[in-house]
Design a protein around this ligand. Structure first.
Ligand code: FES
Length: 561
């Protein structure tokens, strides 16, 4: 075995000064000949407690088989995961975004401390993927991400269901639009088994865009968790990893400004989650690259939104596989000049070479992805907003279906739970701009995702009658008139902290302005009277998070001064 393939692990396995490490490696069952082989860390976010991650430890075993078959040593380790769907609103959701950085820190820690020559991450939920990729960028050793795969649809009384159906059933219950039997039926049948939430929500958005960036094998994001292609992919990873080691291709060869643009172009084309903006800002920073909200807006401006996928459309990620999957969409975008073909991928080839083997989209037979000339919207749905309510930026999701402007009276909710009780009491009225604040990275803390409020609003039939704005985040499953990631956040005294019930707020997606209609003098006087709230946590992980996290416009990274 050429020594350069084990250039990190040889420190432990070959140097006479490391007898304890070598003894331990014999202790885990390695033989003398194994000690000269490259060691590959296989990081799994597998855990039994949720469908997105329940199968990942099993997939990791297939990955290990492929690594072993290629004359390398695969060593599985676990890191944490948090399922957003199981956080029960703000209290649990506080831990979701911080979990991304814990995953990054823990993969960085294990791979560095144990001297692995490469890393394969087997991941399956919203934060797990950007967390793993941030670690790969920091480590800059050969790396591949394997997506656990999307879930299959649930079914109840002839309807296809997913996780959002369960949330929306709650809103229907508030509005007396669903029987007790059907409420139970929806909940019991929404999730048929393993896999990540099935629409173009955050997990599928991140999986598709990371594949587009070149860090996963082609089709990784398209195979459902239970598809035979997923196991095959896992077994092929060892061959791909060996090639990366031989060619010394590392994440910083793959994560470049151009490949970030490719990733974000796919997000816009498919109508992906606003969380992609946050996570790619963070991934870029981990790779030492400059990417700003304005760069994201530029990509949005030049990329038509062409996919009829949930949450705003009809189809699920499992349906995309049937028309050629993400590679077919990428091939189409490349043929139209929207994708850089000269980026390197984990296949060891250029993206253009990979796409030459991809299937073609057939616009005669499929109705999931439209031609660029007949888009759902002529530019991207993710819009970066500014204005006197968001001086350093905010991120909105505007598909055009909900209109381009909204103006209404502010209804303040100081906590995510307040909107649920306000809905239950009929206090949220058509025309309201609901302001959910103190939900930012520091104030929440953890920048909660408004999965429950938005689904409940839609279920209550108010989805197209009100707007929601927040310094928190929105789930990838959100649709409707929503603006999140407002900066500066309320905890830092941003203008969102100064809004009062009844103020007039307007959202203009044409001019990308978020405006609080009060005078500059009134704004200054409210700011002078504002008192910073005490942090909700001073100790533990969340206390440390409040002290270290950057703003949403800076990707909420936690490892920068
Ligand atoms: Fe894991 Fe949706 S909660 S993918």
């Amino acid at each position: 075995m050429a020594t350069e393939l084990n250039k990190f692990s040889k420190t432990l396995t070959q140097e006479v000064t490391n007898p304890a490490a070598q003894a331990m490696l014999y202790g885990i069952g390695l033989k003398e000949e194994d000690l000269a082989k490259p060691q590959i860390g296989i990081a799994s976010t597998g855990y039994e407690g949720n469908p997105c991650n329940m199968h990942l430890n099993g997939l990791s075993v297939y990955v290990k088989q492929g690594v072993t078959a290629n004359d390398m040593v695969g060593l599985i380790f676990n890191t944490i995961g948090v399922s957003d769907g199981m956080t029960n609103g703000n209290d649990g959701m506080r831990y979701s975004l911080p979990s991304r950085d814990i995953i990054a820190d823990s993969i960085e820690t294990v791979v560095s401390a144990q001297w692995y020559d490469g890393v394969i991450a087997v991941v399956g939920c919203d934060k797990n993927m950007p967390g793993a990729v941030m670690a790969m960028a920091r480590l800059d050793r050969p790396a591949i991400m394997v997506y656990g795969g999307t879930i299959r649809s649930g079914h109840y009384k002839g309807q296809k269901l997913d996780i959002v159906s369960a949330f929306e059933a709650l809103g229907k219950k508030f509005a007396n639009n669903i029987s007790d039997e059907d409420f139970k039926g929806v909940i019991q049948n929404s999730i048929p088994g393993q896999g990540a939430c099935g629409g173009m929500y955050t997990a599928n958005t991140m999986a598709a865009s990371i594949e587009a960036m070149g860090l996963s094998l082609p089709f990784s994001s398209s195979y459902p968790a239970t598809h035979e292609g997923k196991q095959e992919e896992c077994k092929k990873i060892g061959t791909a990893m060996k090639k990366l080691l031989e060619l010394n291709i590392t994440p910083k060869d793959i994560i470049t400004k151009k490949s970030l643009e490719n990733a974000l172009t796919l997000v816009m084309a498919l109508g992906g989650s606003t969380n992609a903006a946050l996570h790619f800002l963070a991934i870029a920073r981990s790779a030492g690259l400059s990417l700003t909200l304005d760069d994201i807006q530029e990509i949005s401006d030049r990329t038509p939104f062409i996919a009829d996928l949930k949450p705003s459309g009809k189809y699920y990620m499992e349906d995309l596989l049937g028309i050629g999957g993400v590679p077919a969409v990428m091939k189409y975008l490349y043929s139209k000049g929207l994708i850089h073909g000269d980026c390197v991928t984990v296949t060891g080839r250029t993206l253009a070479e990979d796409l030459a083997e991809a299937p073609d989209l057939n616009f005669e037979t499929q109705k999931i992805v439209f031609p660029l000339e007949e888009p759902m919207k002529s530019s991207g749905h993710i819009q970066v907003m500014y204005g006197n309510l968001a001086p350093t930026g905010a991120v909105a999701k505007i598909t055009g279906k909900e209109g381009m402007t909204f103006s209404g009276e502010a209804k303040i909710c100081e906590h995510e739970s307040e909107i649920i009780s306000a809905l239950a009491n009929g206090e949220i009225k058509p025309g309201h701009v609901v302001v959910i604040r103190n939900s930012g990275p520091k104030g929440g803390p953890g920048m909660s995702e408004m999965l429950k409020p938005t689904s409940a609003v839609i279920g209550a039939g108010l989805g197209d009658k009100i707007a929601l704005i927040t310094d928190g985040r929105f789930s990838g499953g959100t649709h409707g008139f929503v603006v999140g990631h407002i900066t500066p956040e309320a905890f830092d005294g941003g203008p969102i902290a100064l809004v009062k019930d009844g103020d007039r707020i307007s959202i203009d997606a044409n001019t990308r302005q978020l405006t609080l209609h009060i005078t500059d003098e009134e704004m200054a006087s409210r700011k002078a009277a504002w008192v910073q709230p005490a942090p909700r946590f001073t100790k533990g992980m969340l206390g440390r998070y409040i002290r270290t996290v950057k703003s949403a416009s800076e990707g909420c990274v936690t490892d920068e001064a």
